[in-house]
Design a protein around this ligand. Structure first.
Ligand SMILES: [Zn+2]
Length: 506
């Protein structure tokens, strides 16, 4: 028997409907790979590509021989809608690569599932449609999805199985890739799964979706309890609440080995359970005044437990610009001591710090170039404590073992606050962002992170959940959804419309 030829592709972007357009330059900074470059990256000890893709390769390598056919991978992190011209370039590369690689026995795609393009509300479906159009109806197409995917019926119809992460923070990306490899093997052996899809009029705020405990932990666990000899995969996607699309909303997708009816019954049952629990998706935030008082008190009394303040409203992992100064300014003004802040995205300031050199004191002008309504200028006396090229390998949590590029990076001391300033926008989810400067997180009195929740998997060795404070400040990624200027989400939807009703499909 000839070895199966399996194509690999990736398109990962989480689009905040109110963030600036995601450009080709942003993808290039984070990871945009054509065929050979993709294969080379996947072979590295610390690859830049997603653990879903290396997990899939690992899973396939565990079985009989196969031929890996890398096509294209485009990783854009979280930003606004992708520029349509660039998105069409990705699709063109994908189509050309697949056509040249035919015949293929299967395709694996690492998707995020919550992308939009400036001219396309459902580019994830466009990617799948392109692949399906080339490989035909009978070739397996498997994909991984982020748990924040805004899944559409089209996506479900075009792929055979899409396996979404079960964890938030997302620490099971590798396992989902391995799972797709197992399903690929089964499909190469003749299995043809049947899927069912149910969408709920529910957009849970981002900070209510942790899978360690709470309503989302419960529903994920309930979904997994349905797996058996017939139910192959249960994917419960909370959705990306800050996307602004007609396909926003929590979704349940169930794949069964043979029975479409069984898949449908399980999907409806899970959807009913989830809907009955909707009132629990309520964010509990701390005001900036209270947070500031807590940081000042922690700085004054070393016997008090240290605290982590999450700037959840300026999470670059949700399309935030990583540069709002509300917490920095308030803590600075109040004289908080022993504070670390990571990571503030400001290429102009990082450049200036590098030009001035280590030890220089100057007036640091944060956000001199930024025009976003939330990213106000802030100036303060600062000392350049250290400089770095911004290359590091993730140590713990969602980017563990991945090559990280922060761009030109500087550590500035601003009063009692040490601020890590970077040049390539991304969230602070790994302690390495501080540790690459030799900072000891265990000795800090307060740590501010620009991240919504992925930091929890990186910083849990320093901060228990009761010492994590989610601060309510303005920003592009606020969990207070009543403040988000939605235009395209289907209404009514919970919690924006608290009285919305939902009738399960007959
Ligand atoms: Zn996610």
């Amino acid at each position: 028997m000839p070895t199966p030829r399996i194509a690999l592709a990736g398109f990962m972007l989480e689009s905040n409907g109110h963030s600036p357009v995601a450009t080709k330059a942003e993808f290039e900074a984070l990871g945009y790979f054509g065929g050979n470059a993709l294969a080379e990256d996947l072979a590295k000890a610390a690859p830049r590509n997603s653990a879903t893709m290396t997990g899939f390769v690992e899973g396939m390598n565990g079985g009989r021989d196969w031929t890996m056919v890398p096509i294209v991978s485009a990783y854009g992190g979280a930003s606004g809608p992708v520029d349509q011209t660039f998105f069409e370039e990705i699709v063109e590369k994908l189509a050309t690569g697949l056509k040249a690689a035919m015949p293929l026995d299967g395709v694996f795609i690492s998707l995020h599932g919550a992308a939009t393009a400036t001219g396309d509300f459902d580019p994830d479906a466009t990617v799948l449609r392109t692949v399906r159009g080339i490989v035909g109806p009978d070739t397996p197409i498997l994909a991984t999805l982020d748990l924040h995917a805004n899944v559409s019926q089209a996506m479900v119809d075009l792929a055979d199985v899409m396996s979404s992460y079960l964890t938030n923070p997302h620490v099971d990306m590798r396992e989902r890739g391995i799972e797709c490899a197992a399903i690929m093997r089964a499909m190469l052996g003749g299995m043809r799964p049947k899927s069912a899809f149910v969408k709920l009029p529910l957009i849970p705020p981002s900070v209510t979706q942790n899978t360690k405990s709470g309503p989302y932990a419960d529903i994920i666990k309930y979904g997994q309890s349905k797996l058996d000899h017939e139910i192959l995969n249960v994917s419960i996607c909370s959705g990306f609440s800050l996307g602004d699309t007609p396909k926003n909303g929590m979704s349940i997708t169930v794949a069964a080995r043979t029975s479409a009816e069984r898949a449908r019954a399980v999907a409806i049952d899970i959807a009913k359970t989830c809907w009955a629990d909707r009132q629990r998706y309520v964010p509990r935030m701390t005001s900036i005044e209270d947070a500031t008082a807590m940081a000042v008190a922690a700085g004054k009394d070393p016997k008090k437990p240290s605290l982590l303040f999450a700037d959840v409203a300026d999470n670059p992992g949700g399309g935030g610009r990583g540069n709002t100064a509300w917490i920095l300014e308030a803590f600075h003004k109040a004289g908080a001591e022993g504070v670390l802040l990571g990571i503030f995205n400001d290429p102009a300031l990082a450049d200036e710090a590098h030009a001035k050199g280590k030890g220089a004191t100057f007036t640091a002008r944060f956000n001199r170039d930024e025009t976003d309504q939330f990213s106000k200028p802030f100036a303060a006396e600062a000392t350049v404590e250290a400089l770095h090229d911004g290359n590091a390998v993730g140590r713990r949590g969602v980017v563990q073992g991945r090559q990280l590029h922060y761009g030109k990076t500087a550590l500035l001391k601003v009063g009692g606050i040490k601020v890590v300033v970077i040049s390539i926008r991304q969230q602070c989810c790994d302690p390495i962002a501080f540790e690459m400067f030799g900072l000891d997180i265990a000795k800090a009195r307060s740590v501010i992170v620009k991240s919504r929740g992925h930091f929890r998997a990186g910083f849990d060795e320093f901060f228990t959940d009761d010492r994590i404070i989610e601060v309510d400040v303005p920003g592009l990624t606020t969990p207070v959804l009543s403040r988000v200027p939605y235009r395209n989400v289907p209404r009514p939807i919970f919690p924006l419309d608290p009285d919305v009703s939902w009738t399960p499909p007959a």
